[in-house]
Design a protein around this ligand. Structure first.
Ligand SMILES: *Cc1c(COP(=O)(O)O)cnc(C)c1O
Length: 427
């Protein structure tokens, strides 16, 4: 780690992305308390479902306890649509492969395993850091029968949606869209969360709008919304007693949590503006360094800029290796690496984070397939270079990239100090 002499530590920690409350959250929580709707039924839930559906531009939004729960039910619904009702001891995807985003949070893909499906990971492209349509095409050459694609919009940046939808259509495949990180982001003027056959968003504590936890299932289909609502409340049939003809879950959002979301929702636009200002300030402040910000499609998309990330130019990377749980780097003049920068950011009491470690590199998924635009990624080493670019794009971005402190309450002075720290890393 390089010298930080003269740079003062923050007295209060600057977080990666922490909840930003505004006051009305408390009012709606209190309303739930005062009216005794301390349950999974109540006005806050009805209101957030109405407002989110309106904001996204879909007919129905079903409030759930988490984005992961929403993804589970979305993926289960997709499995049932494709393959019919599962047998009592099997998930709906048993015996079936599913193409999944590779560089993402593991919550995107774990529900495929909950439903006994087998995730096959699709490599990442460099333009938006999302699923590579070229790799997806290649995957269909290898596994032509796959009927489900689970795709995330990373860090609030919409992926190559039209290309992916076109490929899905060609193969009669359905799409589960994980817009957990991208609430409020637009692609060709339309909200993310409207592009999947099954779509979700998250209200986890560090997302752009939070309920402390929570998520939503989004759809235009009344039948699907009803099904998800039923599954999320233990799958009770309309009988005078507890009658169960399907497996159920306890995934409904609490009316107290919904109160927090309800207080937050009017601030979506303003949070996006603040996040964008953070991104733009980094972009300007780091312009003289051998790094680039996380890219997006300026012509077709408007990200919500949830997290600001950067990637170090290849020539400016110091020697750096990661093991499964540790790392080692050489502190070199004029060069740096993500873990050195993260150490330095931590040293002044701010919080950064490595890029999501790609799923195909995770021990838990080491037996699953991984497809790059050149074919079976399991057979390709990082030493295989095409026109100067590593073939395993996800591994390359993970190696050279990092997430910067992106809290919307960060002041300009604080951000300037973080930018100065990053400059020191390259001294
Ligand atoms: C946060 C997140 C989820 C999960 O949402 P939770 O509400 O935390 O369960 C899923 N996918 C991605 C990409 C996420 O970032």
């Amino acid at each position: 780690m390089k010298d930080l002499t003269g740079i003062e530590r923050f007295e209060e920690k600057v977080f990666l992305s922490s909840p930003t409350m505004h006051g009305d959250e408390l009012r709606y929580i209190k309303e739930a308390y005062d009216t005794n709707w301390m349950s999974t039924i109540g006005k806050n839930i009805n209101e957030v479902e109405r407002i989110v559906a309106e904001t996204i531009g879909c007919k129905y939004a079903v409030a759930l306890s988490s984005g992961t729960g929403a993804l589970h039910l979305a993926i289960k619904l997709a499995g049932e649509r494709l393959y019919g009702k599962c047998r009592p001891n099997e998930g709906t995807l048993a015996g079936h492969k599913v193409f999944c985003s590779d560089m993402t949070f593991d919550a995107t893909v774990n529900p495929v395993a909950y439903e006994d499906g087998e995730a096959v990971f699709i490599d990442t492209e460099r333009d938006t850091w999302n699923m590579d349509p070229e790799a997806l095409k290649k995957a269909y050459e290898i596994y032509p029968d796959v009927k489900l694609i689970v795709v995330a919009h990373l860090y609030g940046t919409p992926g190559k949606i039209d290309e992916i939808r076109e490929i899905a259509k060609e193969h009669g495949a359905l799409i589960v869209e994980d817009a957990a990180e991208s609430f409020g982001a637009l692609y060709k003027g339309k909200e993310t969360g409207t592009f999947g056959d099954f779509s979700i968003i998250s209200f986890n504590g560090n997302k752009i709008i939070t309920g402390s936890s929570g998520g939503m299932y989004l759809t235009d289909s009344k039948a699907d919304a009803d099904k998800v609502r039923k599954w999320s409340t233990q799958s009770r049939e309309a009988a005078p007693w507890y009658q169960h003809e399907e497996i159920g879950y306890n995934y409904r959002m609490s009316n107290v949590v919904a109160g927090v979301v309800r207080g937050q929702l009017p601030w979506l636009k303003s949070h996006i503006e603040q996040k964008k200002a953070v991104y733009d300030r980094y972009k300007k402040g780091l312009a003289d360094l051998p790094v680039k910000m996380n890219p997006y499609d300026m012509k077709n998309s408007v990200p919500n800029f949830w997290l600001s990330c950067m990637i170090i130019d290849k020539e400016a990377m110091s020697e750096f290796v990661r093991g499964e749980q540790d790392y080692l780097y050489k502190s070199e003049e004029g060069k740096s690496c993500p873990q050195e920068i993260l150490e330095m950011i931590t040293a002044i009491n701010a919080e950064g984070r490595p890029i999501w470690k790609p799923m195909h590199m995770q021990p838990i998924y080491r037996m699953n397939g991984f497809i790059t635009r050149y074919g079976n990624g399991r057979g390709q080493s990082n030493a295989y270079i095409d026109e100067g670019e590593e073939v395993d794009v996800g591994a390359d971005i993970f190696k050279r990239g990092l997430c910067l402190p992106s809290d919307n309450k960060m002041t300009e002075d604080q951000q300037d100090r973080i930018i100065e720290v990053i400059h020191r890393a390259f001294q």
